[in-house]
Design a protein around this ligand. Sequence first.
Ligand code: HEC
Length: 236
Amino acid sequence: MKTIFSTCTPTLIALITLSTLSCTQYQIPDREIPVLEEEAAIVSTCNPDTVYFSNDILPLVVSSCATTGCHDKDSHKDGVILTDYSSIIRTGEIKPGNPNDSEFFETLTDDGDDLMPPPPYDPLNSDQIQMIRQWIAQGAQNNACSDGCDTTNVTYSGQIWPMMESYCTGCHSTSNAGGGIVIAGYDDLVSLAGNGSLMGSIRYEEGYAKMPTNQQLSECNINLLQKWIDDGFPEL
Ligand code: HEC
């Protein structure tokens, strides 16, 4: 018995090593794990035909989906975490280039129980859904752009309301009023600006809740809001 074992063992080890090696070689091409870039690739000119993850997608997803009780890190409903690029791709089961085969995208337009955000929350509007579709179709990249900051002609409909829709209204709609504060339109925002809490909270000043909660607005966006207030809240 002893002799048989001693001659067999090296052969066995060699066999195991060989099979492990060949398994590893054959498994790699089978796996469909996209390369996840944690750091956004920033370009200095924003192409109007490109949807950028950091500028357009992340703020919207965080304020509409990654709220307490839903898809923030602590709540992670159904194992879905929508707070950062790699979690959104992985747990949202996003197939770059293929929105219709991406779980995350499907739920935005579902006509049954899977619709996200679920009632009583408002669903995303068609522009927002279209933007997410385009981002996934363009490869669901971790991209960003910075175009300088043009504060010459700041209006409510031009820059301010779109900014609110990306960063704020998911948590401050009539159906989901964080802290009881509703930002549903022009008058709401003018009154928050008037009592100081708008700039206090976005500048992360002492005595105010920090808004948005996860990450401060860019300097450009803060300047745009300040300019809009200084100019007397132009509507158009
Ligand atoms: C993730 C959810 C969430 C997002 C996104 C969010 N808020 Fe809030 N906001 C809250 C909650 C919750 C409160 C109440 C916090 C508290 O009282 O501590 C609040 C409070 C506020 C307040 C009152 C602050 C104070 O101290 O009086 C203002 C003003 C405000 N938010 C504006 C905004 C604006 C503007 C944005 C977008 C730039 C925004 N919020 C984004 C959840 C959110």
